[in-house]
Design a protein around this ligand. Structure first.
Ligand SMILES: Nc1nc2c(ncn2[C@@H]2O[C@H](COP(=O)(O)OP(=O)(O)OP(=O)(O)O)[C@@H](O)[C@H]2O)c(=O)[nH]1
Ligand SMILES: [Mg+2]
Length: 474
């Protein structure tokens, strides 16, 4: 199924195809373009800036359901001088003439001032007249002023339903109650709270439910859109967990062999850490992409950041300590941080060892895989794998990232911060045994796509699927 949103600009008056057409209107700098970004999950739509008059022209986008346009949303320039326009309208179409709202607006649109002083306002009203309804975006931090009431009078005159959307609802300066009261006095009782930076999880449902009440002939389209959104959300979540499970299997199965000398082992541990970091990075990028965010939205992946422990490097001693690894002071312990040394030598009798040695006869290339490993061990080679605690930390981090992405609006411009979402998970995971699938991966080096001898297998695919299921339950 295609992704919900589509960057193609919606056409002007042509090709309605039964799609619901909504004009997003409001005072300047209230977050209209931001709302469109979030609803379309497209962080590249339009231009967003903290200054008035950013959007100068009407620009549309489509929300698709199974390839068909369900809703066309139109971004419009901000209203700046509703008061003056209302005065002008009183001169142009005096109340004594008793014209209805749309006729008064049309008279204004036919007047020369609609191309002059009130050009921006004319663009907004023309679009709203063409549409089925308007979404009126409010900066909930603003006090309710006469200019807002005048704007609403003008917009209501277009004769279409208006749904007010209160934006900036997370701000401590929000005046939600004041706004709800003022809107009710103007006859606007259906109101949605929808912060475009961090929208509520059911924000879209609320928006489309309330629109369906105002526009009952489009109720079935809105229902289909809601179902599609819910299904896409579920699919994204499942895909994300599969990406994390793939990464965990790859890193758990990663196994490096090193000669026993301390400096060589230290080098191997560093290489192991580098490979694990790179694989995590790759996973993070894939997650960001799956949720339609930019790679640059999560810049502090490995850098220590102002005491935020969770922004630390995966192998930073402090980060490891938090999940149960105590990194000692000695050179070896420090150098090996995050890597488990496989000391396995037991279980092979001297006789068997001699036999293997004799059979292989130093023909390293010809020895089969197990023979090669045993031979390596007998020669004192050590195998390095990634420590349990690192796998736990990776699970926690990626699950927190998924949670953050699912809460983030596509209008958000600040960096993603997962620190708050890590709390609690850490404790829960520390108690958990490492899942069976990761233990199996650790014993199966060819499961790692990072290994030269990686081999795709059904068992691996199954392990990824089961692990993703377990992650879903965490
Ligand atoms: N904190 C916060 N900031 C927001 C929210 N919505 C928008 N912004 C910011 O508000 C500013 C204006 O947002 P825009 O989307 O450009 O507003 P607009 O209504 O399209 O502005 P014009 O096109 O100029 O009328 C930008 O800096 C946004 O990042 C929100 O819900 N919370
Ligand atoms: Mg704008």
């Amino acid at each position: 199924m295609p992704e919900l949103s589509n960057m193609a600009p919606a056409p002007g008056r042509t090709n309605h195809n039964g799609a619901l057409r909504l004009a997003v209107v409001g005072h300047t700098n209230t977050g209209k373009t931001s709302l469109l970004r979030t609803l379309s999950r497209n962080p590249h739509f339009g231009e967003v800036k903290d200054s008035p008059g950013t959007t100068r022209h009407v620009e549309g986008l489509r929300l698709l359901v199974e390839g068909d346009t369900a809703v066309e949303l139109f971004d419009t320039p901000g209203l700046e001088d509703g008061m003056a326009l209302l005065d002008y309208l009183d001169v142009l179409a005096p109340p004594a003439e008793r014209l209805d709202g749309p006729s008064r607006i049309q008279r204004f649109l036919d007047s020369p001032e609609s191309l002059g002083r009130f050009e921006q306002e004319a663009r907004v009203l023309r679009k709203l007249l063409e549409c089925d309804a308007g979404i009126y975006v409010i900066d909930a931090r603003d006090p309710v002023l006469a200019k807002h009431r005048d704007e609403l009078t003008l917009l209501a005159a277009c004769g279409h339903p208006l749904l007010p959307v209160l934006n900036f609802t997370h701000s401590p300066e929000q005046r939600i109650e004041e706004w709800r009261g003022a809107l009710a006095r103007l006859g606007l009782h259906a109101v949605v709270e929808f912060d475009t930076i961090a929208p509520p999880l059911d924000g879209e449902d609320q928006l489309y439910d309330k629109l369906a009440l105002l526009l009952d002939t489009h109720a079935s389209t809105l229902r289909a859109l809601k179902q599609d959104i819910a299904q896409q959300r579920l699919q994204r979540h499942e895909d994300a967990l599969a990406l994390v499970a793939e990464m965990l299997i790859d890193i758990a199965a990663l196994r490096l062999v090193s000669p026993p000398e301390p400096d060589r082992m230290e080098k191997a541990a560093e290489q192991l850490r580098g490979l694990a970091r790179k694989r995590e990075d790759h996973c993070i990028d894939a997650l960001l992409k799956r949720y339609n965010f930019r790679s640059s939205d999560f810049p502090h992946r490995h850098l220590p950041l102002k005491g935020e422990r969770w922004d630390m490097d995966l192998f930073h001693p402090q980060a490891l300590k938090e999940v149960g690894i105590q990194v000692g002071k000695g050179m070896a312990a420090g150098a090996m941080a995050g890597a488990t040394l496989d000391m396995f030598t037991a279980g092979i009798s001297l006789g068997a060892a001699t036999l293997i040695g004799a059979a292989a006869g130093g023909l390293w290339q010809g020895a089969d895989k197990l023979g090669r490993r045993l031979l390596g061990r007998l020669r004192g080679y050590q195998e390095l794998t990634v420590d349990d605690a690192v796998l736990r930390l990776l699970s926690i981090r990626e699950l927190a990232l998924i949670a953050a992405l699912e809460r983030r609006g596509h209008a958000a411009q600040g960096p993603i911060d997962i620190s708050a979402l890590m709390d609690g998970r850490e404790e829960a995971l520390r108690k958990e045994k490492l899942p069976e699938e990761l233990l199996e991966a650790r014993a199966t080096p060819e499961w790692s796509t990072l290994a030269d001898d990686y081999q795709p297998s059904l068992r691996r695919t199954e392990a990824v699927r089961r692990l993703a299921g377990k992650l879903a339950r965490l």
